[in-house]
Design a binder for this molecule. Structure first.
Ligand SMILES: [Zn+2]
Length: 350
């Protein structure tokens, strides 16, 4: 077979192999097989030196023509296979945007946290800062500094959870009220003081429909020059109207707390019947709802905290969190707050 025919045949075989290559990898081995030095075309290229010089130009021209034709088809096929493989990859990795999304159920803030946040907002909007203090407290801050001497019944073991009886000076307990935060704040801040201190408090109460050994309070303290009982009354009336509604009335009944003098219990008019229904489910006909304890800060408390009782006056109050929440939402058992029953908790979307 002469060289020209051999080249024609090699070209036809090569072109067929290239067009049949089904992948880029296969095309790469076909390329070696049809153009490499061991291929028919490669063999002709290698033998050019030994060809009869008269024939050489024609064979050389043919060799070029064949090599070009095969290379051109190789490039074309390679581009085609690249497009095809990219398309297959896109199909395989396609994200179906019409599939339904995975649903993550959203929780709600606990109704007590919502209540704390709401009361906090009412006071911060009139300039009060939020203060914090330890739940495991020294007896000094929980009692002594609040004018509650060791002989006071509130200090009995039956009322208070003690962590460690030591020297009276470093006796530790779970705070029975948020009031120690007052003293800690006054020790480290100069007057004027306008703070509220929300947090957990602890007592040895047995659990029933209205008692839990852990509950929440929001302590309030205002200290400045010339603060009077009228300021106390005005501030708490503002709070009652913001929390229970604009028509809410308040009344103050004399009471006793060791750390305030004079002291009072504050009642708010029943938001449900406004005092008009003998069989009201909220106030049971009383017309009033007991809400919080308050009073003018006892000078002995100022002295214990390092303030001069001759220069400053102030008032303090302690709002329970559970009770107003129960009253407002008609919750009749305090244990609902801690049962963690989602059917209950989801009734108060935040
Ligand atoms: Zn009522």
């Amino acid at each position: 077979m002469d060289l020209l025919e051999r080249l024609d045949e090699a070209r036809d075989t090569a072109l067929e192999a290239v067009s049949k290559a089904a992948s880029l990898a296969e095309l790469a081995s076909v390329e070696t097989a049809v153009l490499g030095k061991d291929s028919d075309i490669g063999a002709v290229r290698r033998s050019m030196g030994s060809i009869d010089p008269d024939l050489r130009p024609r064979v050389g021209a043919k060799l070029n023509e064949v090599t070009k034709a095969v290379t051109a088809l190789l490039e074309e096929r390679r581009a085609e296979l690249e497009r095809q493989e990219a398309e297959e990859r896109l199909q395989a990795e396609r994200v179906d945007m019409t599939l339904p999304a995975v649903e993550y159920p959203l929780g709600v803030l606990h109704v007590l946290q919502q209540t704390i946040d709401e009361i906090t907002d009412i006071f911060t909007s009139i300039g009060y800062a939020v203060a914090d203090g330890p739940e495991a407290e020294l007896a000094w801050y929980n009692f002594d500094a609040l004018n509650t001497p060791p002989t006071h019944p509130a200090r009995f073991e039956s009322d208070t959870m003690y962590l460690d009886y030591g020297d009276p000076a470093d006796e530790m307990l779970l705070r029975t009220q948020t009031s120690p935060v007052q003293v800690r704040w006054m020790e480290s801040h100069e007057p004027p003081v306008y703070i509220i201190a929300p947090g957990k408090t602890y007592r040895t109460d047995a659990i029933d429909a209205t008692h839990l050994p852990v509950f929440h309070q929001i302590e309030g303290l205002a200290v400045d020059e010339d603060i009077t009982f009228a300021d106390l009354k005005g501030t708490l009336h503002y709070f009652a109207k913001e929390f229970f509604g604009p028509g809410t009335k308040i009344r103050l009944r004399p009471h006793f707390f060791p750390f305030t003098e004079p002291s009072a219990e504050l009642d708010v008019s029943c938001f449900n019947c406004d005092g008009g229904e003998p069989d009201c489910r909220v106030c049971k006909g009383a017309g009033w709802l007991e809400m919080l304890g308050c009073g003018m800060v006892d000078p002995a408390v100022f002295a214990a905290a390092g303030y001069d009782p001759e220069k400053v006056t102030g008032f303090a109050f302690g709002i329970g969190v559970e009770r107003p929440a129960m009253v407002r939402y008609g919750i009749n058992d305090i244990r609902n707050f801690t049962d963690n029953d989602l059917r209950f908790l989801h009734q108060f979307p935040s």
